[in-house]
Design a protein around this ligand. Structure first.
Ligand code: GLU
Length: 494
């Protein structure tokens, strides 16, 4: 039997979860579920300096909001825990020791100043990117250059030290990336990576490799920004005598204005980058998920709207693209509209009811409320558009859209036309939208006028706005009496 698939999402709690992080989590989730495997959440919190207090809870809430259930994580104990690296410190030390014992790593006692001095010395002699590497390490203070007894003395007396990986001088590290194919790196370009810091905590590289191995992760699926770390990881797997997991580096997410989608350039375009923003703005979680799934992947046919289950069913790494994917915010809006439209009026009403009440729109009956929702639904991009639009269904307009007034309310002809049509409305026994529309058309036809002459000023009188859902549906819904009152008020005001 093949090994069961186990993947992980391994964010560092250094800030609110980025929308790109959610895509990484999603691809891991889809891959796991497609293969009937496990999706694990691991918190990589070994960097004390960058730790942000609320970040972990933001990460868990965000991925739960998106419906990406993980089976193991800090709040879901499993057989491979703990799932927070800060609770695993004791584990890493033994592997660092093992690497030293086998001459793949060494203790380094250099101070920051000494390293700086080495760098500037090399820069002066024409080396543009000096490193702590196979050549320079031999002139530094470490367990490869210092006499054995001095190393022991320093260790025993608690001198600060780090443990560095002994990156070979000239080697080609080659590995297969499930998305990019064979990738190779020359070790000559690598630093002797610090594995254990002077605070006794591992760096990302050591902790990541140890945990992926111990947690039996079969596939590492992560953003392209980690590709350059992969050769160090491959060396570590080799030196620890472990088989590396399969690797897949996802394409970068690009800004529509070019370049990587950073917080700064996204915000200048009005694109929120934290998942939290989408939660607060009440985006449909499935719309965000569907959009993110297509940010670097497609099912190979013309489907666009796909449920999480359908995505699971169709997902494969070989359809993930290599090149960066542009974050098209309009497309996300489009997805949100599709998902809103697919929801029942009753469920939308239930969600927006508190906001309606708060805005002074009290819903007299379920039927009335659902009709309001139905009329707005086709025009809504976000759930908050319902309350923004709904006011005139409940209360007469307080003001009238100035542009529309200027355009459509002609002092010499409009009031007379409106008064005449208002009489037809009042005498109409059938107050259905369909009938009223029919009345309006024959009224205008007899006068040889286009619809806009009446439609726009009448809309203004009823809703205060220049655009909106079918006007006669609105009139039919608010009823004869309210319609008369509003027309009267408009005639007085305008
Ligand atoms: N802790 C890394 C991050 O913040 C994880 C990268 C990886 O998946 O290896 O994204």
């Amino acid at each position: 039997m093949a090994t069961p698939v186990r993947v992980r999402f391994a964010p560092s709690p250094t800030g609110m979860l980025h929308i790109g992080g959610l895509r990484t989590a999603l691809y891991n989730y889809l891959f796991a579920k497609h293969h009937g495997g496990e999706f694990v959440l691991r918190i990589e919190d070994t960097d004390q300096n960058r730790y942000v207090e609320d970040a972990e809870s933001d990460i868990t809430k965000s991925i739960q909001w998106a419906g990406l259930d993980y089976s193991e994580g800090p709040d879901r104990p499993g057989a491979f825990g703990p799932y927070r690296q800060s609770e695993r410190s004791a584990i890493y030390k033994q592997y660092a020791d093992q690497l030293i014992e086998n001459d793949y790593a060494y203790f380094a006692f250099d101070t920051t100043e000494e390293i700086e001095e080495m760098r500037s010395r090399l820069e002066k002699s024409g080396n543009p990117s000096p490193k702590y590497d196979a050549i320079t390490r031999m002139s530094m203070k470490n367990s490869l250059t210092l006499p054995k007894d001095e190393v022991e003395r320093r260790l025993a007396s608690g001198d600060p030290y780090v443990i560095r990986l002994k990156v070979p001088r000239r080697e080609t590290v080659r590995f297969f990336d499930e998305i990019r194919g064979f990738v190779s790196f020359e070790t000559q370009g690598l630093d002797d990576q610090v594995l254990m810091k002077s605070d006794g905590l591992p760096t990302y590289h050591l902790a990541n490799v140890v945990d992926d191995h111990l947690m039996e992760i079969t596939h590492v699926i992560r953003g392209e920004e980690w590709l350059s770390s992969a050769p160090k990881h491959i060396l570590l797997y080799n030196y620890l005598g472990w088989e590396p997991p399969k690797m897949a580096h996802l394409p970068l997410i690009m800004s529509p204005a070019g370049g990587k989608l950073s917080k700064r350039n996204a915000e200048s375009l009005g694109i929120p980058v934290n998942v939290r923003d989408y939660v607060t703005k009440q985006y449909e979680p499935q719309a965000v998920v569907n959009f993110l799934a297509f940010l670097g992947w497609n099912p190979g046919d013309n489907r666009e709207v796909m449920s999480l289950d359908e995505l699971v069913e169709s997902f494969s790494l070989d359809r993930v693209v290599k090149s960066g994917s542009i974050f098209n915010f309009n497309k996300l809006t489009w997805y949100n509209e599709q998902y809103l439209r697919s929801r029942s009026e009753a469920s939308i009403l239930e969600q927006v009811k508190p906001d309606f009440e708060a805005a002074g729109c009290s819903i007299s009956s379920q039927e009335f409320g659902e009709t309001v929702i139905r009329l707005i639904k086709d025009r809504a991009s976000l759930i908050t558009d319902f309350v923004a639009e709904a006011g005139y269904f409940f209360n007469a307009p307080e003001s009238y859209d100035e542009k529309t007034v200027a355009k459509a309310w002609k002092a010499d002809s409009t009031p007379a036309l409106i008064i005449e049509f208002a009489e037809i409305l009042q005498s109409s026994a059938d107050f259905s939208a369909e009938h009223l529309k029919h009345e309006a058309h024959s009224f205008l036809e007899a006068k040889g006028l286009g619809f806009g002459k009446l439609g726009l000023p009448l809309r203004l009188a009823i809703t205060g706005k220049g655009a909106g859902p079918d006007l006669f549906e609105v009139i039919a819904l608010i009823g004869k009496e309210e319609t008369a009152k509003r027309i009267q008020k408009a005639l007085e005001t305008l």
